[in-house]
Design a protein. Sequence first.
Length: 364
Amino acid sequence: MSETVAVVVPQVNPNDEHAVLVRWHVASGSRVTAGATLATLETTKATFDVHAPSEGFAFYEIEPNSLIAVGDTIVRLTQGGEPPVVATADAKVADPVPNEKQERRFTRKALRSMKQHGLSPADFTTSDRIDVAEVERVTRERTVSSGPAVMSGRQPLEQTPAKLIEARALAEVYRQVVPSTVSIAVSCEKSAEHLRRVSEAAGPISLLELVIHESARVLTEFPDLNGFHFEGRAWRHDDVAIGFAINLGKSLRVPVVRRAAQIPQIEVARCVRDLSLRYLRDELRLEDLSDGTFTISDLSHYGVAHFVPVLNQRQAATLGICGERAGTGHRDFVLTFDHRMSDGMRAAQFLGELRDRIEADSTS
């Protein structure tokens, strides 16, 4: 039997447990050289290529847009031109399964995924080995076929790989957190005057850039909002690293401004503009998008009077900047937080201090 090499989904970021297969670069069964690009995958923070570790014939069955667990095999390389025979050890599963034949069909990860999605072995008609990717595929098909998409006048909506990953990550977050939301009104006139003074002293500054800097400074006094809850206990981040949501037609990304509480306001502005420009040029690196401790979403330019931002992985809080409420002269700052980490009074104190800084009569 010729040697078979399994190529798996790499762990490019510690917080990513899944990736979406964007496209194949080789046909199944074709011969490839060592280092050849086999496939392009995407996670919440990066798009990357998977390369052949050696030469051989590449065989795969996974379709583009499939959601695949990190560590799972996506392609196998053989030295001969015949499809690989998967070793029995590769497909061992945990009990219970109905019979020995089916026991050989399912991987342990596949069975765990089946349990999460409420599937049974009877839902799989193929006699081939069943892995997590196949479970995810059947789950998506069942969702489409059992939902309103099969009704007259409705069609399934195709989503980008980034959105598929984001949806799964957010669902995982909200299975654990206890979300709560508070908001506070901020004077548009006073904040505009503050921005004018800062801009005269240091150069043009946007509201988002001002809020990033001031939020970071306030967060140093609120470690419960600059941390996360994990395995039954609260943790605080050593640094304050502010991510800001951006989506200008190239999928949602959250670049991170590091040491935002220590660097000057003008340096924060430079970081935001540099990261935004690299987003537009598709030049953001994994390190630009990783390890944020707090996120800000600014929808003020869209005229949104109020919205509730959603929590991200390994973060206890996130801030939303709203547009001016008509006729009031004020805009809302909305804070969503994990109630396991903090409480409404602490959240209100944080927003109060942030508002005072944004409306400040003088810079400090």
